[in-house]
Design a protein around this ligand. Structure first.
Ligand code: PEP
Ligand code: MG
Length: 752
């Protein structure tokens, strides 16, 4: 069938459906009418609609062709039979021989045994699975892609109507917008630590579409085009804002979004849906729903992140099309905490001043949004299951980003407990501020140098505010990740120079690119690896792509412009990797010298110790490094063979176990012997008991998130590290598994 004719037929069917749906009468009668219409239009003997009940069962709501006695009787659980599989995967299933199809389950009460062919598509809206639409034929029939597409278009219209309650009575189990009243608690992953108590604000567009069908494609396309122009303008306005001009990394994210809007295939697909009879808004929704399905199946980290961005852009576009304010008015809300499936960095930045926290149903640890939240110090919980379904606008909420727990409409008792916890924190923060200019010296006179971990320009004000003694770890890859590209040498040099400017003479340890594993840059790491954490990452990659390392070394030298420069090499596993990296850096310095450009006043090249094998390297290696930084996050994951991103195992093994502490002690002794400065810069450095133990076993420098500096300094100033040391020694002698209980008791005793 030629396209014009196909589109016209689709529009006729949608128009008929619309008529049937608008007729007065019982919901069931409407459903019966529309299955009849669809069956005849699709030339099928059977058309059935299964709707999802609140208890996650797919119930047959209407059928043309199957036995009507099965209506409201036949049921399938999600995942069960072909209908259940469609609901579980959100993907269509088609077959010309249903008995051979994987997962087929025959429902005898429907009389479906005589139908050979089957085509089913999900009925879904804004990422929510509402049901399944099925056609069946007596004879073997190969359903074409056009037919699948046509049925999907019909399913979109049914989804809109189901959402409006057209098919169900007032007491129905499907009603979606009931106010939720009971307390709801859930656990998610920690995106950014912090505790907040406030009021929920729902971000998702509250879209109600009364008319999903439109028979004037030209007018709908014009609407879409106007909305896209608005969207582009909003992005341009944001990128022109004075605030953003200073924040290079945010600007680059917005530029990426502008490019996504120009994506031709995205536009074409939406226009095709309009040609088939959908309104512009529902066409955008259809694309958004398809993107959501793809997100669930795509394994590659980079592509998944890009799909998330499409999803978020569609949200903003939907708001424009339905004339909803794209920016929420948060001024009148007491301590707003945003609840959403996901949020784009653009939306986040536009609301940043008002937000006290964010809870997302999706999101990932390495996404742009998480990076920006960390930089802006906004507590964030990601992957909080079912949060959007269980929250009303303006509910009371507690976000416990330290433990990854969310309480919606909490009991008074929980509110009281958190209120007093927050009050204590505020009081403590004031006292930390007073310590800003003092050193972290224990009562027995041991001085520990506290530094911050940073990686974005937005982190830098924290250096002065926190009273830290320098940037113990500057993760250069964050800059690359937020822009998705490799920044040019001049751009990089400018950034490094600014970092050194804001450090005002305090030391900064720049780590060369630590790309790979969860930090994927498409231009550098396009491969999907079976085990990325153990794969082609960090220095392993940099030595093969040595052009990038050379360029970064040049940028660091130029950025330093005559100042002191410290460079640290990530994930070194054997000495020759360090030697090669160091000689590349030294060769670049020699080149700059020959070109008569300024070279750093001093250059120190050190290594991260993140792979256990490096601790056992030959002595010559220890003689060649200028400093060693233990990257506890990675070292721990390799020592315990427990993936740091895997919630099921990542907390299972204690960093304060005597086995890990013996290993750290061995590293410390080697560094003492060779007179190498040693620091610890994993997340554990910012945790109180861990920081005490690390200091007691000999780490003289700890590098941590800026907001941990105050509490750790206060703690160190109140303890005797030699006492802590003797407790650790005692545990070692007594063969205790972990020192944690002893140190916890010691702290409790001094706080009495
Ligand atoms: C570490 O592994 O401890 C570390 C500091 O590096 P990253 O967390 O960036 O891998
Ligand atoms: Mg690491």
């Amino acid at each position: 069938m030629i396209t014009e004719e196909k589109n016209a037929n689709s529009r006729i069917l949608l128009k008929r459906l619309k008529q049937a749906l608008s007729e007065q009468g019982e919901a069931q009668a409407r459903l019966d009418e529309i299955v009849k219409l669809i069956a005849s239009s699709m030339e099928s003997e059977v058309c059935s609609i299964y709707l999802r009940r609140n208890d996650d069962v797919m119930e047959l709501y209407a059928t043309e062709g199957l036995l009507t006695t099965a209506v409201h009787y036949s049921q399938l659980e999600i995942g069960q039979g072909l209908v259940g599989r469609i609901a579980a995967s959100a993907e269509p299933i088609k077959t010309s021989n249903v008995k051979k199809a994987k997962g087929f389950r025959y429902l005898p009460e429907t009389g479906e045994e005589k139908y050979k062919s089957f085509l089913g598509v999900p009925i879904q809206r804004l990422g929510k699975m509402l049901g399944v639409l099925v056609i069946q034929n007596l004879l073997e029939r190969e359903y074409s892609d056009d037919e699948v597409y046509g049925l999907e278009i019909v399913a979109m219209v049914i989804a809109e109507m189901a959402e409006l309650g057209v098919f169900t009575g007032s007491d129905d189990k499907h009603k979606l917008s009931q106010e939720k009243k009971a307390t709801f608690s859930t656990v998610g992953l920690i995106g950014k630590e912090g505790v907040s108590l406030g009021t929920t604000v729902l971000l998702e567009p509250q879209i109600k579409i009364t008319d999903p069908v439109a028979d004037n494609p030209i007018r709908e396309k014009a609407k879409l085009s106007v909305a896209l122009t608005r969207l582009k303008k909003e992005l341009s306005d944001s990128t022109n804002k004075k605030y953003l001009k200073q924040k290079g990394e945010f600007l680059e994210i917005l530029e990426t979004h502008k490019l996504l809007i120009e994506d031709k295939s995205w536009l074409n697909r939406m226009e095709e849906s309009i040609d088939n009879g959908l309104s512009a808004t529902v066409a955008v929704e259809k694309e958004q729903t398809a993107t959501k399905t793809r997100i669930a199946t795509v394994k590659n980290y980079y592509f998944r992140e890009r799909l998330y961005e499409f999803y978020e852009i569609s949200n903003t576009l939907l708001k424009i099309l339905t004339k909803q304010k794209s920016k929420l008015n948060l001024n009148r809300i007491d301590c707003p905490i945003l609840i959403a499936r996901n949020i784009s960095p653009l939306e986040l930045i536009s609301m940043r001043e008002h937000l006290n926290g964010i809870i997302l149903e999706e999101g990932s640890v390495g996404s742009h949004t998480t990076i920006v939240c960390r930089a802006l110090n906004i507590p964030l919980i990601i992957q909080a299951k079912s949060i959007t379904e269980n929250t009303n606008h303006k509910d009371k909420v507690i976000l416990d980003g330290d433990q990854g727990i969310v309480h919606i409409r909490p009991e008074e008792e929980i509110i009281r407990a958190y209120t007093s916890k927050l009050a204590m924190r505020t009081k403590a923060q004031k006292s930390f501020l007073a310590l800003r200019k003092l050193s972290a010296v224990s009562i027995d006179g041991i001085k520990i140098s506290l530094m911050i971990n940073a990686g974005l320009m937005a982190d830098l004000p924290s250096l002065v505010e926190s009273g830290a003694e320098g940037v113990g770890l500057y993760r250069t890859e964050l800059q690359f990740l937020v822009s998705n590209t490799v920044p040019k040498r001049a751009q990089q040099a400018q950034i490094y120079s600014k970092v050194l400017d804001s450090a005002r003479g305090l030391p900064v340890f720049f780590r060369t690119l630590d790309i790979g594993s969860d930090k994927v840059l498409p231009s550098i790491t396009p491969e999907i690896e079976p085990n990325p954490a153990l794969g082609w990452r960090a220095i392993r990659l940099s030595l093969e792509k040595s052009g990038v390392l050379k360029m970064q070394a040049q940028a660091l030298i130029r950025g330093a412009s005559g100042r002191k420069l410290n460079i640290v090499i990530p994930l070194v596993t054997k000495p020759s990797e360090f030697d090669q990296a160091k000689s590349i850096i030294l060769a670049e310095i020699a080149k700059e010298k020959r070109r008569k450009r300024p070279i750093p006043k001093s250059i120190k090249v050190g290594t991260m110790l993140e792979v256990p094998s490096l601790a056992f390297a030959p002595n010559s290696f220890f003689a060649s490094v200028d400093f060693i930084m233990v990257g506890g996050n990675d070292l721990k994951q390799f020592f315990f063979a427990a993936d740091r991103e895997n919630e099921k195992v990542r907390r299972r093994y204690d960093v304060l176990s005597t086995s890990f502490l013996s290993f750290l002690t061995l590293i410390h002794e080697k560094c003492e012997k060779f007179n190498i400065p040693l620091s610890f810069c994993g997340e554990d450095a910012g945790k109180p008991i861990e920081a005490l133990v690390l200091s007691a076993i000999g780490f003289k420098t700890l590098s941590m998130q800026p907001d941990c500096i105050g509490p750790i300094k206060a703690l160190l100033r109140s303890v005797s590290l030699s006492e802590v040391r003797s407790l650790i020694n005692k545990c070692m002698k007594e063969n205790t598994e972990t020192v944690r209980p002893k140190i916890t008791n010691y702290l409790a005793s001094i706080n009495k």
